[in-house]
Design a protein around this ligand. Structure first.
Ligand code: FAD
Length: 449
């Protein structure tokens, strides 16, 4: 019997000692983890979901105002006022909870927040969320390591109630704290001299303050492109600076592409091709750092800007396999992906999905990482899945013994990806219709249903 099988059996025997799982964060990943813990009450005690904010939703909570909450915790959401999703709701949904059929496929962020609220209500999650609770430390309890049954002490600061810290012990932890909160700003020569508006997309909220201006955006990821398109409606000129192949689809007439930035000076930007432009504002769309300030050195994880190591299956800490990270991967269908990972983690804890020994898991992660680098991959893309997510998700479902995602999800994802490349301005007007487990239809329309 595995360590977890043994632990689960032992726990079952002690009627009131079900596994206690802590969930850090009540965004989409944390809600999903809580939902599946609650579905297995024979094995798991109701979860303790720690959330530093005053409400659920994480990324999908739009805040216009200051960069700290009323508890003075940093604001985690990078949401901007007019954001519409870049995936259709048909593939954004968790497998067990659909979006309202009256909504168009590409929806406003408020609709996603409403959706998450309805998910939390439907599965009775809210009463287990401890709001205004910032997790400050997650520590393995070392005295039990020798028995391979590491438990975890979680220390929380309850900002609202008192400045005191409270520590609770858990059998397992699911880290669901997100990774779009800590802006990555690359050093650019002359940055400190620049007298225009300098910000990161994390703090961008709406286009109006940039009316009539010349704005440079550095980075052509989803946010860089989306914000550039928004700005082009009001700005004089928008320059999207990036090191990728140029976007070949039609762009608004005042949106230009440029190579990466060489330096900034008081009022201008010089690009790598030597061209120099006078600009009013400069927006870093350069992504985010992975950041887990609550993990100390004793946890033995390397958390770099864009790498968390060694995570077996991008999910389980190989050395302490009762510590799980839901949602570290990028370029995925996030909610269905979280669902897979949470269910796999619980199957591991329940003993129905045994993991290899630690040394084997570590060797596998090492081999995967070396192979990735050897084939030309850059460290910052190690957790990026894109089309690899389908076989990954299938593997988790097979190992964890839960139903596979419908093949139509993959089909829609790949079709929308192709539409986006062809028509970056208009692809959000498409409506998606699911006709069967493997069949769908995409219809170009007005963006309304
Ligand atoms: P988050 O939503 O970030 O939630 C993490 C939660 O953890 C937060 O509530 C935070 O307060 C809490 N927390 C963090 N640290 C602590 C701590 N120490 N103690 C207690 N609580 C803590 N996905 C899509 O599917 N479609 C889209 O169109 C899409 N657009 C996006 C646009 C933007 C601008 C961004 C930034 C992301 C977008 N995403 C989109 C991805 C999106 O982030 C995921 O869909 C998903 O919402 C992430 O959920 P999460 O739970 O992992 O993280």
């Amino acid at each position: 019997m595995t360590v977890f099988g043994e632990m689960a059996a032992c726990v079952r025997a002690m009627a009131d000692e079900r596994l206690r799982v802590a969930v850090i964060g009540a965004g989409a990943a944390g809600l999903c983890a809580a939902r599946h813990i609650l579905a297995k009450q024979d094995l798991f005690a109701p979860p303790a979901v720690f959330e530093s904010a005053e409400q659920i939703g994480g990324t999908w909570v739009y805040r216009e105002g200051p960069s700290v909450t009323e508890d003075e915790f940093p604001v985690s959401s990078s949401m901007y006022r007019d954001l519409r999703t870049n995936l259709p709701k048909e593939i954004m949904a968790f497998p067990d909870h659909a979006f309202s059929s009256s909504l168009p496929s590409f929806i406003h962020h408020q609709d996603v927040l409403r959706y998450l609220q309805s998910y939390a209500e439907r599965f009775g999650i809210l009463e287990y969320v401890k709001f205004h609770c910032l997790v400050e430390s997650v520590k393995p309890v070392l005295s039990t390591i020798e028995h391979e049954r590491v438990t975890w002490d979680i220390t929380v600061r309850h900002a609202r109630n008192s400045p005191e810290r409270v520590t609770e012990r858990f059998h397992a932890v699911m880290v669901c704290s997100g990774h779009y909160s800590d802006p990555y700003i690359p050093p650019i020569p002359g940055m400190e001299e620049f007298e225009g508006c300098l910000l990161h997309s994390h703090s961008y909220r709406s286009p109006e303050p940039f009316s009539g201006q010349t704005v440079v955006l550095l980075g052509a990821g989803p946010s860089g492109i989306d914000i550039a398109l928004e700005l082009s409606a009001v700005a004089e000129r928008v320059i999207l600076s990036h090191g990728k192949s140029p976007l070949s689809c039609q762009l608004p007439g005042n949106l230009f592409q440029a190579p990466v930035v060489l330096r900034l000076s008081r009022h201008s930007v010089t690009f790598e091709d030597g061209s120099e432009h006078r600009v009013d504002a400069f927006i870093f769309c350069t992504g985010y750092n992975y950041r887990f300030p609550f993990l100390g050195g004793d946890v033995g994880l390397r958390a770099d800007k864009d790498l968390l190591y060694p995570l077996y299956k991008h999910l389980v800490h190989a050395r302490f396999p009762t510590l799980f990270f839901i949602g570290v991967c990028k370029t995925i269908v996030p909610f269905p992906f979280f669902d897979r990972q949470a269910r796999f983690a619980l199957a591991v804890l329940a003993g129905s999905c045994p993991l290899p020994p630690t040394t084997r898991m570590e060797a596998e992660v090492e081999a995967e990482y070396r192979c990735f680098l050897g084939s030309g991959g850059r460290p910052k893309h190690f957790h990026r899945m894109d089309s690899l997510q389908w076989s990954y998700s299938r593997d988790l479902a097979t190992a964890g013994g839960f139903p596979q995602l419908l093949p139509v999800i993959q089909k829609i994802y790949e079709m929308v990806k192709a539409s986006r490349v062809q028509d970056i301005i208009g692809y959000k007007k498409i409506n998606v219709f699911i006709l069967g487990p493997e069949e769908c239809r995409l219809e170009k329309g007005t963006g309304q249903r």
